[in-house]
Design a protein around this ligand. Structure first.
Ligand SMILES: Cc1cc2nc3c(=O)[nH]c(=O)nc-3n(C[C@H](O)[C@H](O)[C@H](O)COP(=O)(O)OP(=O)(O)OC[C@H]3O[C@@H](n4cnc5c(N)ncnc54)[C@H](O)[C@@H]3O)c2cc1C
Length: 410
């Protein structure tokens, strides 16, 4: 019997498995798919060291009105989706008050500021340096007034957390990035972030490293998790797998499983889409077209356009409109080229109403641990919360991270 079952082989589960293994524990990593094929596959690939503050829900009436009238492309919604998530959205709204958001950000920045440091040894040892660019991300503003406000806010963020940025005149930036067809009003270049040209491959590469170090990856169904004697068991393709302890790292699927054990976890599922395009010229670094809420990220599969959030029901069919609007909106800034044919990808950012992941021991079940709810930044934070969880398992409290603990939140 292994020491640990880690359920879910996205960036969070794979990183958790590696961190537990580093403590000398034997670990079996279980997923129904190959590692890194779900949310950790389809994201924008940015290791967001700049994301000191998590995305709050806007509270000013004008922005809310624009959301309500469907005038935004960064956030779209359906009545059924909002109705389904209403209790969680209400909590999210309350946690987005300036005072609460500042308090939450004090914990969030302690995660993001170490994120690249936590990825670095894994990237090196997994042999994945070729996928990584250490050159930040850019936010392109079309409207001069919005750009001026963004510069003022970036200065505040820099003064508060030390996050580095450059404010670049649009014409200068267009000279710097030959892929741009025209100059935006201005650009905020966050310099500390890294980008990955294939997030799914990086996650799978970390899983290969885990196997090379003696770990086991097994195909199995986490929904069969049960407590057995003093340990935990799940059904896998290779029979029953058991361990004395288990970690739930199922990203957006975590609340459904935990409901069986009596834990109610309100989650906001912010769906996103991507498509790949045969752009003749890749941008020098990923950028967000702020006005159209779409990220353009150069990837091994082509130029990946990734959307903002769609607040829709969990099982509603794919709706191409948000991606299509983003694609036509961004087309005067960059030649995106023809769409590369592939099934439409979508995934849900697993967001908790207080904008922080749940990391730590399950309050009412011995040997059960949680590590999920990383929202917009799970690709960034997998190695960081994996290391924090392993530290807690070893009996060392993660100082300054009480706000992540399930015992404080459920
Ligand atoms: C469009 C978009 C863009 C994004 N861009 C970024 C970005 O640039 N940077 C960033 O940091 N984050 C980004 N994110 C967020 C990030 O992708 C997620 O936070 C992160 O991938 C979550 O990782 P995870 O390991 O928790 O979940 P997942 O990667 O979803 O892993 C969960 C795993 O659980 C498995 N699973 C589920 N149910 C079962 C079951 N019953 N049995 C067995 N296995 C099961 C799944 O197969 C999956 O492999 C983006 C998200 C989206 C949608």
């Amino acid at each position: 019997m292994a020491d640990f079952l880690v359920l879910g082989a996205g960036m969070v589960g794979v990183s958790t498995a590696l961190a537990l293994q580093e403590q000398g524990l034997s670990v079996t990593l279980i997923d129904r798919k190959a590692p890194g094929r779900e949310t950790s596959f389809g994201n924008a690939g940015i290791i967001q060291a700049e994301a000191a503050e998590p995305y709050g829900l806007p509270r000013d009436p004008m922005t809310l009105l624009r959301f309500a009238l469907g005038r935004t492309n960064d956030v779209t919604w359906s009545v059924a989706g909002v109705a389904e998530m209403l209790p969680a959205l209400w909590k999210y709204y309350r946690n987005s008050s300036p005072a609460r958001h500042a308090e939450i950000s004090r914990t969030h920045v302690r995660l993001t500021e170490r994120s690249t440091r936590d990825h670095a040894p894994l990237i090196a040892e997994a042999g994945m340096e070729n996928l990584i660019t250490r050159d930040g991300i850019a936010l392109l503003y079309r409207n001069p007034a919005e750009y001026a406000a963004a510069v003022a806010d970036a200065e505040r963020v820099h003064a508060t957390y030390g996050t580095r940025f450059r404010a670049v005149d649009g014409a200068d930036y267009a000279r710097e990035d030959p892929a741009l067809l025209k100059a935006p009003a201005g650009v905020i270049h966050w310099q500390d972030s890294w980008s990955c040209a294939s997030p799914g491959t990086l996650t799978a590469g970390y899983a290969d490293l885990f196997v090379r170090r003696g770990g086991q990856v097994v195909t199995g169904d986490a929904s069969t998790l049960r407590q057995k004697g003093t340990g935990w068991q799940v059904e896998t393709d290779e029979g029953t797998a058991g361990a004395t302890q288990a970690v739930i790292a199922l990203g957006p699927w975590s609340p459904r499983l935990l409901a069986r054990f009596g834990y109610r976890v309100p989650m906001i599922y912010k769906r996103g889409y991507h498509g790949h395009f045969a752009a003749p010229r890749a941008p020098v670094r990923p950028f967000l077209d702020v006005a159209h809420g779409i990220v353009a990220a150069p990837m091994t599969d082509g130029l990946r356009l990734a959307t903002g959030a769609a607040l829709v029901t969990r099982d509603s069919p794919a709706d191409p409109r948000q991606l299509n609007r983003g694609r036509s909106g961004i087309s005067d800034l960059i030649e995106v080229g023809a769409r590369i044919e592939e099934p439409q990808w979508s995934g849900a950012r697993p967001c908790l109403p207080d904008m922080l992941p749940l990391v730590g021991a399950a309050p009412r079940h011995k040997g059960l641990w949680m590590n999920f709810g990383h929202g917009h930044q799970g690709f960034t934070l997998g190695p960081t919360t994996g290391a924090l969880l392993a530290q807690m398992v070893a009996g060392h409290p993660a100082e300054g991270f009480d706000a992540l603990l399930p015992s404080h939140r459920m």
